[in-house]
Design a protein around this ligand. Structure first.
Ligand code: RM4
Ligand code: NI
Length: 288
């Protein structure tokens, strides 16, 4: 597996913070890093595989990766993001003071995906560009400046973020509300026209706003959310393919298999077999 090393991304041993914008992020193979990475998604969508679990990543999502995490980007659609990379070592200002804002629930924190609103993203933009400028400089003060900007960024994200499943979302941003609704209710039948009206959009208007933010339509987004659920169920249970389809919000098994194949290039049952075979192989390797 690919390992990204800090020396490829940081200019010197003294540099501890860097900004790696991806405009857009191309598909990127499974890798880990010997540094930490904060991923802030501005727009578009794509599959993000984190420690083997796929997730549909889209605008406003934020995640915090440690060196022990492995991740990959697949099937990206105009996914614009910024990676803020850092390595907590003795030189980083007050690493123990930043930690609570990176892992709010302590080490037991299981939530991986967070969300910030469009307005918060706009407010973060000048901070990110100041951090990017500073991390390109190499005078002795720039590392102090970059580290303190990292502190501001981390605390701002912490104040602004809510869980990606919508938990704790304030009333800000209608589109965020629509995304929250879709994420929470994707396993149920959803009338998209009715949903648009409920949040004060015409159907056309919602499609436009939605495309700007996520690079896709509400319908495709919903299908992907359902596929994501189905993938989790295929990996975790022995339920039949039809039951997985129905429990994930698809109204019939054939359409599910079609959408699944279109996305992954294989049938749901083959996917399940491959996941199981890979698991057996890694258990055997661990026992050997
Ligand atoms: C890649 C991708 C990876 C990141 C590197 C720095 O394009 O975003 O996740 O670790 O850049
Ligand atoms: Ni990475």
């Amino acid at each position: 597996m690919l390992k990204l090393e800090g020396r490829e991304f940081f200019r010197s041993d003294a540099q501890c913070v860097g900004v790696e914008p991806r405009s857009p992020q191309p598909a990127f193979p499974l890798h880990d890093h010997d540094f930490c990475e904060i991923v802030i998604v501005a727009s578009g969508n794509g599959w993000h595989v984190l420690n083997g679990e796929p997730h549909l990543l889209s605008c406003g999502e934020v995640l915090y990766l440690a060196p022990s995490d492995r991740h990959a980007f697949e099937q990206v659609q105009d996914l614009y993001l910024t990676n803020v990379i850092y390595r907590p070592n003795g030189a980083l200002l007050h690493p123990e003071r930043l930690r609570p804002y990176l892992q709010p629930g302590g080490d037991a924190e299981e939530r991986r995906y967070w969300q910030v609103s469009d307005e918060a993203l706009q407010r973060l933009a000048p901070l990110l560009s100041a951090l990017a400028d500073e991390s390109r400089r190499s005078d002795s003060a720039s590392s102090v400046m970059a580290e303190s900007l990292l502190g501001q960024l981390v605390v701002t994200l912490w104040r602004e973020r809510y869980a990606s499943d919508g938990h704790g979302l304030s009333e800000s941003g209608r589109l965020a509300q629509v995304l929250k609704y879709l994420r929470q209710n994707c396993a149920q039948p959803i009338d998209l026209d009715e949903l648009a009206r409920r949040y004060g959009y015409s159907e056309r208007n919602l499609r436009r706003v939605f495309r700007e933010a996520t690079a896709t339509t509400p319908h495709d987004y919903l299908v992907k959310l359902r596929l994501c659920r189905a993938i989790h169920a295929l990996r975790a249970s022995d339920a039949s393919i039809t039951d997985v389809a129905l429990a994930s919000g698809f109204s019939d098994g054939n359409y599910f298999s079609y959408a699944f194949r279109k996305l992954t290039g294989m049938s749901p049952s083959r996917y399940r077999r491959e996941v199981r075979a890979a698991r057996t192989k890694s258990t055997r390797a661990a026992l050997d």
